[in-house]
Design a protein around this ligand. Structure first.
Ligand SMILES: [Zn+2]
Length: 240
């Protein structure tokens, strides 16, 4: 089994996508109070809504990651039809990945080290012309996180450019704890992926659930290493 540092039995990362204001309004204070660092995959266009708070979050040790410049997903989503992955090329994707990192560097003073695939989708083009953009992510980032995946990341068998992302929205602590237990049993790395934080009707990790996950994971009795995607990915890369 993979050997985690300091005798820990599993690793957990909390990740939040799109730079939604509730993440710094509700999420960061909970994380800071519990002493847990998280990873935020920022949509550059949303940063300005909470510019100063994002700077504070970065200074507090939270990771600021790349989530593309314009959040392209499949055109099957009506909101992404005019910005569809089916119409992208690898050249355009690479240019926009670099541009997003440059904006984050200029606005927050940190260079993104890891990436989250919008909608968890990893292709550009269509049909026989479709291509994976995983190699681009591997070239520019330490790790790339998926979404709505169905397994805990295996630090040895898994690819850091396709880290399993487990949906943490709209679930109770009891439901999330099932995943934490799976990670502990497997000696794996559980990466939760959420959107808003608080009492939203959908696509939100409840503030109570977030607090409970943090409380559980920082308790030394539970043998969990909770840290950013960059910190855990760097450890895995060194250890492999
Ligand atoms: Zn997103």
């Amino acid at each position: 089994m993979f050997e985690w540092p300091n005798g820990k039995r599993a690793a957990v990362s909390l990740t939040f996508d799109d730079a939604r204001p509730s993440q710094v309004d509700r999420g960061v204070p909970i994380l800071n109070a519990r002493g847990a660092r998280a990873t935020f995959y920022l949509s550059p266009a949303n940063i300005a809504q909470r510019g100063a708070q994002w700077k504070e979050a970065a200074a507090a040790g939270h990771e600021m990651g790349n989530h593309t410049l314009s959040h392209p997903c499949t055109g099957n989503f009506p909101w992404s039809r005019a910005n569809a992955l089916e119409d992208y090329t690898l050249e355009r994707m690479e240019r926009e990945l670099m541009e997003a990192s440059a904006i984050i560097r200029h606005t927050l003073g940190v260079t993104p080290q890891t990436f989250a695939y919008p909608c968890g989708q990893k292709f550009v083009g269509r049909g026989q012309g479709a291509q994976s953009y995983v190699p681009l992510v591997a070239k520019h980032f330490l790790a790339g996180r998926g979404f709505k995946d169905e397994a805990v990341q295996d630090p040895l068998a898994g690819d850091l450019a396709q880290v399993m992302g487990i949906d943490a929205d709209d679930q109770s602590f009891g439901q999330l704890k099932v995943w934490i237990d799976r990670a502990t049993q497997a000696g794996g790395w559980l990466v939760f992926a959420a959107h808003d934080v608080g009492d939203f009707s959908r696509q939100a990790m409840g503030a109570d659930a977030l607090d409970a996950v943090c409380r559980y994971c920082v308790d030394p009795a539970n043998g969990i290493w909770i840290d950013t995607v960059a910190a855990i990915a760097a450890y895995i890369r060194r250890a492999r």
